[in-house]
Write a protein that binds this ligand. Structure first.
Ligand code: FPP
Length: 261
């Protein structure tokens, strides 16, 4: 399956191949855990714990529907600004969730990949990420991408730095750099760009998520708080996606003609 090749050539999810019925790649900002907990007079971490259960539901739904890639924004590079106690609990929750789930994910043919600056985390979590990636590397089912200490600006910057080093070393010329070459240095290289972006929790912003990759992604915002987001709410997002015409700069008539061809 081309989407899962180890080649660094980026694979695009753009038409005419895609009929638009089902997204190939879904990316989600899981927002609203804190408010969900507050409404119940619970500590914020209770909202994050409830959020992990929803992650399981949505991973299962994606696998069952044949969605190829799911990217989840689990910890942004800005989340370090939260109170230290919440950050520590969140990092612990990520570690324990991974410890509990990785074997099951592997048995279900799911391939795990982590994006973000991982050196900021403790040694246990760093090792957990690497071992989970190694264990599941050859799986051909859903690719589950978890963004940890990820920021879109950081991603583009580190890609630019890599290419600048190649220019300094005389391996390439500055004029050789184009969008395709940039993509080979971005964290999601080798995967198709997201077709559908979902943000729960009512806010309508991208919050430094996949800045480069969301250029042509269909955006879907819902007021539902992440712990309340369920299979039905996910189906609503998919239905909204399938009703949209993706033009990628072309006219609506051109898209219709290409479909009929
Ligand atoms: C945003 O809600 C949520 C987060 C910063 C953390 C999301 C993490 C999880 C659901 C755990 C994921 C686990 C795995 C294994 C992928 P918020 O706290 O900003 O909510 P608020 O806006 O209501 O305060």
């Amino acid at each position: 399956m081309a989407f899962f090749s180890k080649s660094t050539t980026p694979v695009k999810s753009q038409p005419p191949e895609q009929d638009g019925a089902l997204p190939v790649h879904v990316a989600i900002i899981m927002d609203g855990n804190g408010r969900w907990a507050k409404q119940r007079y619970l500590p914020r971490i209770a909202g994050h714990r409830a959020g992990v259960d929803v992650v399981r539901t949505i991973v299962e739904a994606c696998a069952a529907k044949g969605i190829r890639v799911l990217t989840l924004f689990a910890f942004s590079s800005e989340n370090w600004r939260r109170p230290e106690a919440e950050v520590n609990l969140l990092v612990d929750l990520l570690l324990t969730s991974l410890q509990r789930e990785v074997e099951k994910l592997h048995k279900n043919g799911i391939r795990l990949r982590f994006i973000g600056e991982r050196s900021a985390f403790n040694a246990k979590l760093i090792e957990m990420m690497s071992s989970a990636e190694r264990l599941t590397a050859d799986n051909t089912g859903l690719t589950l991408v978890i963004a940890l200490n990820y920021g879109g600006r950081w991603d583009v910057t580190q890609a630019a730095q890599q290419l600048a080093r190649r220019v300094e070393a005389g391996e390439i010329r500055a004029d050789d750099i184009d969008a395709a070459m940039m993509e080979t240095r971005l964290c999601l290289h080798g995967l198709p760009e997201p077709d559908l972006f979902i943000r729960t929790g009512g806010e309508q912003r991208i919050s430094n998520f996949l800045l480069w990759h969301l250029s042509y992604t269909e955006l879907y915002f819902t007021a539902i708080l992440w712990p309340d987001f369920d299979a039905r709410a996910f189906d609503d997002a998919l239905a909204s996606f399938s009703s949209r015409q993706r033009r990628f700069g072309r006219t609506g008539d051109q898209v219709e003609q290409a479909k009929g061809a």
